[in-house]
Design a protein around this ligand. Structure first.
Ligand SMILES: [Zn+2]
Length: 179
C-alpha cells in the first residue's frame, strides 16, 4: 500500500473506532500497530466450520509448510480463522456490543477493526481434533506443545502470550507468520 493509501486507510479506521466508542488512544495504550487489510488473499481450503479459508500466497505457503511438518510428527493442525476483513472484525465487535458487553471488556479478546493481525492474511487461529476451540486449554494439547517447539523455526510467532503488553488475553491458538 502506498503512503496515500495508508493515510486513507488510517482515517477510515479512526472513523470506525469512533463509531464503536473505542478511544482514540487505543493503539498507543495497547501498543498495537495498524494492520493493513490485504487485497491479495487467495483461497486456502476450508476452516473447521467449512467456511472458505483465505490467506495471502505467503501465508498459504507458510500454513502448508506448518501443517505438513506437524503431520510428519503425527500432529493434526486445523484452522479456525485466517484472513478477516476490517468489516468482518467490526461485525464481531458490534455483535458483542449488542449483547451488552462493555467495549473495554470486548477489546480484551477481540482486536479493534484495523488492528487485527488477521487483516494481513498471515495470521491463523489454530486448533486440533478434541480441543476446545479458542480456549486457553489448547496449551495442554500435543499440538500446542509441537507449535511451541517448532513454529518459530517455520517463521511463526505466538502474538499474545501470557502477560502480553497489549492487554489481550492469552491466546495460545493465535499464530502469525512473520517470515
Ligand atoms: Zn487470532
Amino acid at each position: 500500500m502506498d503512503v496515500l493509501g495508508l493515510e486513507t486507510y488510517a482515517i477510515e479506521i479512526r472513523l470506525i473506532l469512533r463509531e464503536l466508542g473505542i478511544p482514540e488512544s487505543y493503539a498507543t495504550d495497547r501498543r498495537l500497530e495498524l494492520q493493513v487489510e490485504t487485497n491479495r488473499s487467495v483461497s486456502a481450503g476450508r476452516d473447521i466450520y467449512d467456511r472458505e479459508l483465505r490467506l495471502t500466497p505467503e501465508g498459504l505457503e507458510a500454513w502448508n509448510n506448518l501443517r505438513s511438518n506437524a503431520l510428519k510428527d503425527g500432529i493434526v493442525l486445523q484452522v479456525i480463522s485466517g484472513f478477516r476483513r476490517v468489516s468482518y472484525q467490526r461485525g464481531i465487535i458490534e455483535r458483542k456490543l449488542a449483547t451488552g458487553l462493555h467495549i473495554q471488556e470486548i477489546l480484551k479478546s477481540s482486536a479493534a477493526p484495523g488492528f487485527s493481525e488477521h487483516h494481513t492474511g498471515r495470521a491463523l487461529d489454530l486448533t486440533t481434533p478434541g480441543a476446545t476451540v479458542l480456549h486457553s486449554d489448547f496449551e495442554h494439547t500435543a499440538a500446542f506443545v509441537w507449535l511451541a517447539r517448532n513454529a518459530a523455526f517455520l517463521g511463526f510467532r505466538m502474538s499474545f502470550p501470557r502477560g502480553n503488553p497489549h492487554g489481550i488475553i492469552y491466546e495460545p491458538w493465535h499464530w502469525y507468520f512473520q517470515g
